[in-house]
Design a protein around this ligand. Structure first.
Ligand code: F6P
Length: 544
């Protein structure tokens, strides 16, 4: 895919950006705003239901043009088409990358290996709908005839983070008589706490795993089966209390789940891009099929915008490019994602997998070590909580941390002044970061000279304001698709492969070797490094 591309840092567009950065590094945002009365207007894009204000970034129109040129020169336009049309762009796994097909309209045609995948997508969606409707109408009974009231999703990574994030984000749309819980960690505490207070006779487990071999998920699923059978002493109960979401029918059936109760998806859906697939089953049960369709429609709106808008007016492309601007030209190592919406409390965690598992790579697709930085570290917390913990460092620390502020004009809970207060905070934070407070201003306020350095805010801390109308299912879809495509933009420009996760393999393999050594009663000879050997010995001695 990259055969025709020049090494990134030798590209003309890259070099021009380096020159541009040298100029921009000396220009305060105050000046940039003062020199162009229309800056805010020019540097705001409204598309696919998102108001994207990037005017508080350390860029000029020239920078944006150069960034867009870099995207063009990197072949981004063709690569977007390759992705949307099912080319096998996941080279190291030999797969197409088609999360966009999961939200394609029923009449679309997307061919993989000679077959149109869209009818399969819609067949699974329909099967999910029938199942979700049964549960929501209290018609799905457990083995002993009791109504299923509790849904526990067991999965990890993309088979957990999407479902739990979406459930939390859309809780206000969820059926409140049902309980939804999520188990991911192999730490037994996660399972034990998730089933606290649940009646096994009223509980359904969704075992969500693309491969159906993931250690953590299989351990939790086994424990769930034991928990159920301890109470309902009949193996036949599995059929009513377990369903699976997977690409691996053989393993699902070996586990004892009837494949009639399996919801399938395909190898061209990456785990961290899977929340629109059957992995979203718990989401659909919680919010209902109609709302799930609206979620998909939101994704689709952003997909279409990304596929068609020129890069200079393309929200996900610009988002990705601005990330590259700070990462590669300003040396910023991280990005803070700061949703001013409590329902998005798991959104930063969700984004961590999406961004870092995708673009945390050190070689190009053709195997050359990169000589530039790839993915930033993504982190964050909902506002306003972060303001009273880590914002100090963003305002006055020594690190440059670009921020994504996410906010909604309408509140879900109209309680007194809360929403106006919330919004005043998000606007104020972006303003303070960008424009700071000068020594002269402090002096004019009568601040003592010795205190002035401490109270000065340098400003020039960049941020994007991502404003939407209301956190609806469609809005969540737009938001997630925006980040998915920003990640793709970056991966393509960095010439890396965003769709494989080889970096998780070594740890998995080593844990597989260490587990039996921990469990063994015999003092087997340990052949690890001295530190690991000592840790294993200490654990064996102290575990009881
Ligand atoms: O962490 C590696 C990974 O393969 C993720 O990419 C994936 O989302 C997660 O494990 C879970 O995988 P599975 O759905 O196959 O259980």
């Amino acid at each position: 895919m990259n055969d025709t591309l020049k090494p990134l840092k030798t590209m003309e567009e890259w070099k021009l950006l380096e020159i541009n950065q040298e100029k921009l590094a000396k220009r305060p945002l105050r000046d940039l705003f003062a020199s162009d009365a229309k800056r805010a207007e020019k540097m705001t894009i409204e598309a696919a239901g998102v108001y994207f204000d990037y005017s508080k970034h350390r860029v000029t129109e020239e920078t944006i043009k150069l960034l867009a040129d870099l995207a063009e020169a990197s072949g981004l336009r063709e690569k977007i088409e390759d992705m949307f049309t099912g080319e096998k762009i996941n080279l190291t796994e030999g797969r197409a990358v088609l999360h966009t097909a999961l939200r394609a309209p029923k009449n679309a045609t997307i061919v993989v290996d000679g077959e149109n995948v869209v009818p399969h997508v819609h067949a699974v969606l329909e099967k999910m709908e029938v199942f979700a409707n049964k549960l929501r109408a209290a018609q799905w009974k457990g083995h002993t005839g009791k109504t299923i009231k509790n849904v526990v999703n067991i999965g990890i990574g993309g088979s957990d983070l999407g479902p739990v994030m979406a459930y939390e984000a859309l809780k206000n749309y969820s059926l409140r008589w049902m309980t939804f819980r999520f188990v991911s960690n192999v730490d037994a505490t996660d399972f034990a706490e998730a089933v606290q207070g649940l009646d096994p006779e009223e509980t359904l487990f969704i075992v969500a795993s693309k491969t159906f071999t993931t250690q953590e998920t299989m351990a939790n699923a086994g424990t769930a089966r034991d928990w159920l059978l301890k109470s309902i002493k009949d193996e036949a109960a599995i059929a009513k209390h377990f369903v699976a979401v997977s690409t691996n029918a053989k393993k699902v059936s070996e586990f004892g789940i009837d494949t009639a109760n399996m919801f399938g998806f395909w190898d061209w859906v990456g785990g961290r891009y899977s929340m629109c697939s059957a992995i979203g089953l718990s989401t659909m049960i919680a919010i209902g099929p109609d709302n799930f369709r609206k979620l998909l429609a939101g994704f689709r709106e952003m997909d279409e915008h990304y596929r068609t808008a020129p890069f200079e007016r393309n929200i996900p492309a610009l988002m990705g490019l601005l990330g590259i601007w700070y990462n590669n030209f300003f040396g910023a190592q991280t990005i803070a994602v700061l949703p001013y919406e409590q329902y998005l409390k798991r959104f930063p965690a969700y984004l961590q997998q999406l961004t870092m598992e995708s673009n945390g790579k050190r070689v190009t697709l053709d195997g050359r070590p990169v000589d530039y930085q790839t993915s930033q570290v993504y982190w964050g917390e909902p506002g306003t909580n972060g303001q009273h913990s880590f914002y100090q460092l963003i305002h006055q620390g020594t690190k440059l941390i670009p921020c994504d502020f996410i906010a909604f004009c309408k509140a879900h809970h109209k309680l007194g002044r809360h929403h106006d207060l919330l919004m005043s905070n998000v606007f104020a934070q972006a303003q303070a970061l960008a424009f700071g407070k000068t020594a002269e201003e402090l002096k004019a306020e009568g601040v003592h000279d010795w205190l002035i350095p401490h109270k000065t805010f340098e400003g020039d801390r960049p941020s994007t304001m991502i404003l939407l109308d209301e956190l609806t299912p469609a809005a969540l879809g737009r938001l997630v698709a925006m980040y998915e495509h920003a990640v793709f933009t970056q991966g393509m420009i960095w010439q890396i492969g965003p769709f494989d996760p080889w970096g998780v393999e070594l740890g998995k393999a080593l844990a597989g070797r260490i587990a039996p050594e921990l469990e063994s009663q015999a003092e087997t000879e340990l052949k690890h490094d001295a530190s690991t050997n000592a840790l294993i010995r200490r654990y064996r001695k102290h575990r009881i």
